[in-house]
Design a binder for this molecule. Sequence first.
Ligand code: CU1
Ligand code: CU1
Length: 345
Amino acid sequence: MAIRKEIRSLSAEERKALVDGFLALKKQGRYDEYVHWHHAVMVPTVDPTEPPNPDYRNGAHRGPSFLPWHREFLMQVEADLQKVNSSITIPFWDWTIDSSLPDPYKSPLWSTDFMGGNGVESDDWKVGTGPFAYAGGNWLIPIPHDGPALVRRFGFTIPTLPTADDVALAMAEAFYDVPPYNSGPFTLGFRNRLEGWITPRGDARVKFPGSQLHNRVHLWVGGSMMPMTSPNDPIFFLHHCYIDKLWADWQTKQDSNWKENGYPGAAPRYNPVSGAPQGHNLQDILKPWEHTIKDVLDISTLGYSYEKGTNQDLIFALADALKPPSWLAQGPSSFTPARSPFWAD
Ligand code: CU1
Ligand code: CU1
């Protein structure tokens, strides 16, 4: 079984194998397809002869398929990396560790022998160090995909990375997703919380303004990580690997929670089965691939697992310390989740 480790657990050889893997896929032209897949799934395919569909949801974000789509995406990329070097697994970047560093810019992630550092102000924020620096000539981004240089601007759009407390709010969510399955600040559920749409407006327990969790990390890195072409920065995959781990952790936690606390059926590993926009229902295909959402719900069937990680116990403990909402004990039949019970305004 392949084990995906936290970035700090990698040996120097493992770091090098990953970097070389990305560079090899770039050279083959394969890497640029990842950017295209991600871009394509976000663009609305609206038939001009039909009226605009108010239920339109992009195929991989702002709805339930956010987590399964990116899980499949990671598996596709990891399989390609393993064709280059069979020992590679994608590592996860636990940014809650970095958020408590005195200087997150000095995380080992950004070292010259790994992912390279911040952009350089005097050079239009082009990444100036490491294997993906523009000047090195090995990481050219196609012009229609925001090229030619990889750009980062740490902390400019949003000043801080998410904390373990922020993740705990997600880990304590009782449901995977809830109607209307969107990205509103009042829409409860693990997916909407982890994707980062529940702001202080929707939940007074959220401490920092602006985008949260997954979205916040994209904005904090900035530059190439912000537009629809964000896989242009290979950090994308390390970030999404942690998002995928958090989903797997939540699923494990829910399985035991519901058994111990007796809320049977209230927390499926995924929902909805039907009734959501195309691409977001249980049996829908994850485009442009062949698997359905249902196929990718349990990582124990997918051939990989996660190293536990330094902050997992802390995050679970913080989540357990959060009071469950009162409606939860009444069971799922009484559940009308139009708004967060914690809404603030
Ligand atoms: Cu995405
Ligand atoms: Cu993302």
